[in-house]
Design a protein around this ligand. Structure first.
Ligand SMILES: C[S@@+](CC[C@H](N)C(=O)[O-])C[C@H]1O[C@@H](n2cnc3c(N)ncnc32)[C@H](O)[C@@H]1O
Length: 274
């Protein structure tokens, strides 16, 4: 496994995923009772944007670098901007939070977060990053299996599935995991992040997920450029099972802003697959 998120941290795709995650979290925390969050592919939790990987790729500068400077940011991006600003003590954006840190910092008393990370060296950093944060735990294990085994059978649950898509069976395993989680807790909310390279691969995934899952799926696409070169990541998408009421508008605002300000002749689309 060679995927290193440090090259991509803070890029447009992280912005879409993390802004949506924070909005979803706030909506679920507005409901009574504690919330359990399971992050199937956690990564290291914190990224140094002055490090070699981020500097070489330039993706953070084109992503979070632009977002922090924007003066037309929609409300749905404000919690992410606030979190990044706080992490950097209001100064230049040197550090970028991964999903574990964003979620762990937002936990209320009684909420829990489980970050699953398969690579031992990434897991060691993740564990150290979350040390002392109440309610946050990590496990060095396969996140697809852990999510199905550990989803609480009742109560409020959010599962984030964010694989590196290095393995050809990631798409199939996402579908299996959505269904495994739903079988344990039909009310669990599942947020899946996917790359957009070519439409055939994405459409086939949505069709498989629709066929296998009983409920409706909310789909948000941020196509950053026309999907003409399947070798490139031309955009990203989110697929949400059990999306709470009111989630479509912020998702639309997030995708629209990202595509229009950071993309090149792209297109945003939010729709329901049922
Ligand atoms: C895209 S990164 C995660 C980023 C993170 N969710 C965030 O938003 O900050 C994917 C991570 O999944 C890890 N990984 C790969 N396969 C895994 C698996 N089967 N279970 C758990 N983690 C896995 C990789 O080592 C990598 O750190």
């Amino acid at each position: 496994m060679n995927y290193r998120h440090a090259f991509h941290a803070g890029n447009f795709a992280d912005l879409v995923k993390h802004a949506a995650l924070l909005d979803l979290l706030a909506k679920m925390q507005a409901q009574p009772g504690p919330l359990s969050i399971i992050d199937t592919h956690a990564g290291r939790g914190l990224y140094d944007l002055s490090g070699d990987e981020a500097q070489r790729s330039g993706e953070a500068e084109a992503g979070i670098g632009q977002l922090m400077k924007a003066n037309d940011l929609p409300a749905a991006f404000q919690p992410l901007r606030r979190a990044v600003s706080e992490l950097n003590n209001g100064g230049a954006t040197k550090l970028y939070p991964g999903s574990p840190l964003l979620v762990a910092a937002a936990l209320r008393q009684g909420d829990t977060y489980l970050g699953c990370e398969l690579r031992p060296e990434e897991h060691d950093v993740l564990k150290a990053t979350l040390r002392g944060m109440p309610g946050a735990k990590t496990v060095c294990a396969d996140g697809f299996n852990e999510a199905v085994a550990r989803t609480p059978i009742s109560g409020s649950v959010l599962v984030l599935i964010d694989p590196p898509f290095e393995k050809s069976d990631d798409y199939r395993r996402i579908v299996t995991t959505i269904n495994g989680v739903a079988a344990r807790n039909p009310k669990a909310v599942v947020l899946v992040w996917l790359p957009l390279k070519d439409l055939e691969t994405f459409d086939a995934f949505v069709r498989d997920a629709e066929d296998a899952y009983a409920g409706a799926l909310l789909v948000a696409e941020a196509r950053m450029r026309p999907l003409s070169d399947p070798m490139k990541m031309n955009g990203c998408a989110l697929v949400v099972a059990n999306a709470p009421a009111g989630f479509t508008d912020p998702l639309t605002a997030i995708c629209d802003w990202t595509v229009s300000r950071l993309g090149d002749n792209g297109k945003a689309r939010v729709w329901t697959a049922a």
